[in-house]
Write a protein that binds this ligand. Sequence first.
Ligand code: FAD
Length: 310
Amino acid sequence: MRIPDLIAASEEPCFSFEFFPPKTEEGVAELFASVEDLNRLEPSFVSVTYGAGGSTREGTVEITTRIKREYGIETMAHLSVVGETIAGLDAILGRLDAAGIENVLALRGDPPRGEPDFTPPPGGLTSSAELAAFIRGREATARFGIGASCFPEIHPEAASPEADIAFLREKVEAGAEFLISQLFFDNAVYFDWVEQVRDAGIEVPIIPGVLPIISRAGLHRFCDVCKAKIPARLDERLAALDGDPEAERAFGIAYASRQCEQLLAAGAPGIHFFVLNRATSVKAILGAIKAGRPWERTGGEVAAAARGRR
Ligand SMILES: Cc1cc2nc3c(=O)[nH]c(=O)nc-3n(C[C@H](O)[C@H](O)[C@H](O)COP(=O)(O)OP(=O)(O)OC[C@H]3O[C@@H](n4cnc5c(N)ncnc54)[C@H](O)[C@@H]3O)c2cc1C
């Protein structure tokens, strides 16, 4: 099923999980153990990332296909233009279509490891908006559900917050039907940004992306790469745990549970979890959210209307 149709038809928030294609056999086994575990929580869909510079091209198609075929879960393949020719993109989309995948997250993508800046590939595309238009323009994939990324803290390469939101509108006009946000830890920043996006006339569903913190060191590594901000108070509270792994994980579960609760109570249409292929924390967080059902707290109709706006 196309994810935009799934979101529109769902009476309850959509919960989705993001995995990455592992490089080793053990990694693949760990990934599928997590899929098996998390499948009990009935995700609305799962997505599989596309390695920087096309480094996991084969893995993305293969893992996405296996999850859909073996577990019957709706899947979305991430696809980026970095290092890809038009013919290469065409071939990947053809393989996804042949495998029955109907959803793609259209990305420009991160440059390959060791290269700081994005360089448009010769004979390729230059942005997520161009990729969304390309997918829409192919006969076999014109019907695909297309998602795109968005950045509540503003993309580091944007000329200004206004320019970032103007470009987001271009992505939507090019064919993106829903948006998944970069991770963030301060809901107030997210809510302010969503208001600006709605004021700019962008009406598609926006699903906030949430990273469960597993360790302080891991959090810093991850945020160094994606340039997400770690609020000072959050970092201080983590530092006070003195590197105790159990305490850091428990803190991460509590922090993400509270964050999701507030987002859903305010009408977010779902949560996209950056699972990093490990199920334990997400299971605890989603279990807590589903037990509390925060989306019902604002009252049925109010919550449904807010979901449209958030
Ligand atoms: C949910 C999510 C999943 C992701 N999955 C992956 C993945 O699987 N693989 C991967 O490599 N990376 C992934 N990323 C990271 C993403 O690739 C990086 O953020 C990358 O730096 C930009 O890719 P994009 O598609 O967001 O780019 P774009 O949206 O195309 O561009 C990034 C920014 O550059 C500016 N910009 C670009 N083109 C223009 C233009 N023509 N005019 C004006 N401004 C412009 C805008 O400010 C825009 O926000 C993901 C990010 C998110 C939020």
